[in-house]
Structures are given as structure tokens and as C-alpha cells.
Design a protein around this ligand. Structure first.
Ligand code: R5P
Length: 279
């Protein structure tokens, strides 16, 4: 097997290559002046390839489409560490596209398998037939092992994920509940735990605009000693990182499914192991 590294995933591709021993194929990728993309696989020597590219923009999707097309006569695995478009996992309004269904159809019309890390929801997962989902919460858990912290989920929806990380870290965990005080005011507080003078880690799957974490943290600053945040996918749209730090979050920790400055943890070993088991 050879690996094809896409434009949004160069670091993780290199790490997966080192861990798995699969070499990186020589490719040409460029953008024309009108914005169209071009892809060429120069190294045609293998029968099996894995294309690695997170889906963090529409160009990333076109890259995947072109790379998979260039590999039409090969056996190809699509590795999409961050599966963007997964939050549109149903038609919320009549007439809406189910974006992740379109992405799933495209990927699976070429790839024999699709590998991803913590896709956003069970609903999103249901649109795939050949998906292998890796759970990276253990990577976050390992990072915090033995540290004097409490892990909090910003909402009940993420609680099960956070629980898995906390069990590995060996720390207490809880989720935040919203209580409406009146028409304009809500209070957000941990369901069971006391957070007075504690070091809090707010854990989520995705940080996009940062709004969820900023809102959750704003209700804890008065009581907690320190608040940091950890996520798997650091989408960090626009100036989200700046907004997070300016709001008082002391540190942002993420994995390398999306490659950012804060992506200090890696899921490359987990992906490498799945690829090795495929050969
Ligand atoms: C929501 O269901 C997700 O788990 C995240 O909480 C959400 O995507 C974060 O988005 P943002 O950073 O824009 O609030």
C-alpha cells in the first residue's frame, strides 16, 4: 500500500507513513488561476492506495474527488481524519441538502473503505456503508492522565464521549446543564460536581467558532481555578482561537485531524494501526 497525502493533512500523512511503513506516493497537486484544482498520481506502482485528506473546506472535497478518480483502476481507501459536512446530517428544513449523505455517496462510489475519526453524530454515520470510525477520545484521556482536573462536557450530547476520555485520564467528569432564569438569562452549571477552585477541562468533539466553549466557560470562571479546553477536531473557524484566549480560556489542546498550532496530540498511530490491519 502507498499513501497519498492531501493538502489539508500533510503532517498526519507523514506520521501515518512513519508508523505504518507505507511510503508516500509522488503526486502533483495545484490550483489554476481560476480556482480549479488539478491532481496527478505520478507513482502508479502499487495496487492499493490510501488517500489521506481532512475535509475542512470545499477544496478539500474536490481534492478527494480528483485523487479518487485518478485511482479509479486501483483499490483505494479514503482516510478522512476530520469528516467535515457531518453536522448537516439531516434535512432540518424542507428542501435542504443532506450534505454528509452527498459526501458519503461520493467517497463510497470510489473507495473500498472510508476511515475517519469521531464523526459528528450517529445520524451522520448512518449515511455510510463502508465506514470505519476511530475513537480518539482515548488520546485526549491519555494526555490528561494523572492530572488534577475535572472534565466537563459543554452539553449532554457530548457527555458519553467525555466520559470515555475521563475514564482513561482517571479524573472526575460531568456535563453542563442549562437552566433558564428568565426570558433573557440562563445559568449553566455542572449537573453534579462542585467546581470551586478546580481545574476544568471543557472537552468537545469539534471547536468551530468557539461559541459553545466560550459560553460554557463564561458561567464557570467565578468558581473555577483554571479553565482550558480540549477537542478532537480544531476547526477553529475565522478568529476562533483568538476569541477563546481572549475570553479567558488558558489553553486549547487538539489532535491533528485538523492541523493547527494547537494540534499537539496525534491520532496517527490509531489510523496507522487500522491501515496495517487492512493489508
Ligand atoms: C455540537 O454539537 C458539537 O459537538 C460542538 O459543540 C460544536 O460543533 C462546536 O461548534 P462551535 O465551536 O461553533 O460552538
Amino acid at each position: 500500500m502507498k499513501l497519498i497525502s492531501g493538502p489539508s493533512s500533510p503532517l498526519i500523512s507523514k506520521r501515518i507513513s512513519e508508523i505504518s511503513g507505507f511510503g508516500l506516493a509522488k503526486t502533483t497537486y495545484r490550483k489554476f488561476p481560476d480556482g480549479e484544482l488539478y491532481f496527478r498520481l505520478e507513482d502508479q506502482s502499487e495496487e492499493r492506495y490510501a488517500v489521506i485528506n481532512s475535509l475542512n473546506s470545499s477544496d478539500d472535497l474536490v481534492f478527494l474527488l480528483l485523487a479518487l478518480d485518478a485511482l479509479s483502476d486501483k483499490d483505494v481507501v479514503a482516510v478522512v481524519p476530520y469528516m467535515g459536512y457531518a453536522r448537516q446530517d439531516k434535512a432540518f428544513l424542507e428542501g435542504e441538502a443532506v450534505s454528509i449523505r452527498a459526501v458519503a455517496r461520493m467517497l463510497e462510489s470510489y473507495a473500498s473503505k472510508v476511515i475517519t475519526v469521531n464523526i459528528h453524530s450517529e445520524d451522520a454515520k448512518r449515511h455510510f456503508r463502508k465506514l470505519v470510525e476511530i475513537d480518539a477520545m482515548k488520546v485526549i484521556g491519555e494526555h490528561y492522565k494523572g492530572k488534577d482536573i475535572i472534565m466537563l462536557s459543554p452539553d449532554k450530547g457530548s457527555f458519553e464521549r467525555v466520559k470515555r476520555a475521563a475514564k482513561i485520564a482517571g479524573c472526575d467528569f460531568d456535563y453542563l446543564e442549562k437552566r433558564r432564569i428568565d426570558a433573557e438569562n440562563v445559568e449553566i452549571f455542572p449537573k453534579n460536581l462542585e467546581v470551586e477552585n478546580k481545574n476544568i477541562v471543557l472537552v468537545d468533539d469539534i471547536i468551530s467558532t468557539g461559541g459553545t466553549i466560550i459560553t460554557a466557560a463564561s458561567h464557570l470562571y467565578e468558581r473555577a481555578n483554571n479553565i482550558e479546553t480540549a477537542c478532537i477536531h480544531a476547526v477553529l473557524a475565522g478568529n476562533a482561537l483568538n476569541r477563546l484566549y481572549s475570553s479567558g480560556i488558558s489553553r486549547v489542546v487538539a489532535t491533528d485531524t485538523v492541523e493547527r498550532q494547537v494540534s499537539i496530540l496525534t491520532v496517527s498511530r490509531l489510523i496507522g494501526e487500522v491501515l496495517l490491519s487492512e493489508v
